[in-house]
Design a protein around this ligand. Sequence first.
Ligand code: MN
Length: 531
Amino acid sequence: MSVYRDKRDFTRTSEPEGAPVLAAETDGAAWRFVVQRHRARRLHYDFRLEIDGVLASWAVPKGPTLDPSVRRAAFHVEDHPLEYFDFEGVIPSGEYGGGDVIVWDEGTWQLDAAGGPQSPGAALRAGELHLDMQGHKLLGRFVLVRTRTDAAGKEQWLLLHKRDEYAVEGWDPEDHPRSVLSGRTNEEVKAEPHRLWHSDLPASQASVLLTPPPVPEAGADEIDALDHIGREGTWRIFGRELKVTNLDKVLFDARPGEAPVSKRDLLRYSAQIAPVVLPYLAHRPLNMHRFPNGAGSDGFWHKELPAHAPEWLPRWHNPDASSGEAHTYLVVDEPAALVWAANFGALEWHAWTSRVEEPEQPTYALVDIDPGDRTTWAELLVLARLHRTALEHLGVQGQPKVTGRRGVQVWIPIAPGPSFARTRAWAEQLSRTIGAVVPELVSWKWQVGERSGLARLDYTQNARNKTLVAPYSPRPAPGAPVSAPIEWDELDDPGLRPDGFTIRTIVDRLAKKRDIFRPVLQTGQHLPSLR
Ligand code: MN
């Protein structure tokens, strides 16, 4: 870490000097590793192992390989802070390491018993690391060994793969050029970076999220082409070729006086709405609520991206997935990915409230005003208006939307930082304070059957991998209603209905009102104390 530290002026900052070690140094302990493909002055792969609270790092010009007959030169470079672990984006030119970076591979590693009973730090100092690697691309046993140290103290090492069941003759890292985080190549990240890394700032401030640029709309020709496909075929949309199927199948029963809604209608809508909804989905794992047999049948949650999904689909590998959990999630970072999900039968789109960069830090606090069997729309509006009053009083910005079923939600943007537990506690206190004003309308019982038909102010979705339906997502009901953002004033509009907007009417509303939900994408808000 010393060289990295020397590049900073610690007298001017309060940067913590290296975060604590994440795993204990005990037998069988696993630490994280990352390999970043970095196009700086020269292309190289940065091979980084978490050791003693920093990322011990080597620059490997030709990249690591599974080929056991090849030895790669690896130049030991300065330790990097753990904050750099999952960095993918652009380092501005002129700054140290200027260029573009993707997370080419990541995973965990352990000390292989062949290296003897050492700690990672001791093995590093001794100049010989025997690694057992569990990544997406790098698997099996590797050895890193120091071969010489030049007069200036620069250490040259060799990196090689042992002959084990994971060895692959002729394996070339350049044949596997995509990020395991985003599915993107260096070229794609350079063209549209989501993050910058300022090498000259303290690690805690170095990573800067960029506001995504507006997503271009699909051309009218592209949309119209869908109507010229028969029951199935290939649809070229947003620059991708998508195999679309069962286009004439009715997915939503008709509302009185309307035609039923077919899968073709749903796909057309997903392409029309994708540029609008993308900012709410991008960088977030998507939980798909699938109804392949239509909105009238039972749906089910589908979180794991299937193996047959096209390779170009952006995805996220959950490094903390437990054995029963999904490991690989779709991430709708490009509009064609939403159309793919719709074709896959995902009628409802539920993005996480945290982003893949920081899965434990929500970017919204959520309030879900969930009607009971006996709750009338008028009563639900009373509860929604009380939330409007409370947020006004607190000076907190939140945006309401109707759910497309019977309820109303309020999404409150927050600056990243607070945990889910803190955010949930805040939402609970807000809800209990409001509920106390109208105890005759609200139940705090968990079980539906014990609520006496009363409404529930549900703060429990403020949790990792719990979601509310995304804005503009269809809901599984006749006519294909959507969860539509509204203005606070519309709570006083006698014509407002919770399921009043459908995939057939919301596009016109958007043309008139623009996207009024955008304020939830602001990230600077800190929740005030409610005590
Ligand atoms: Mn580098």
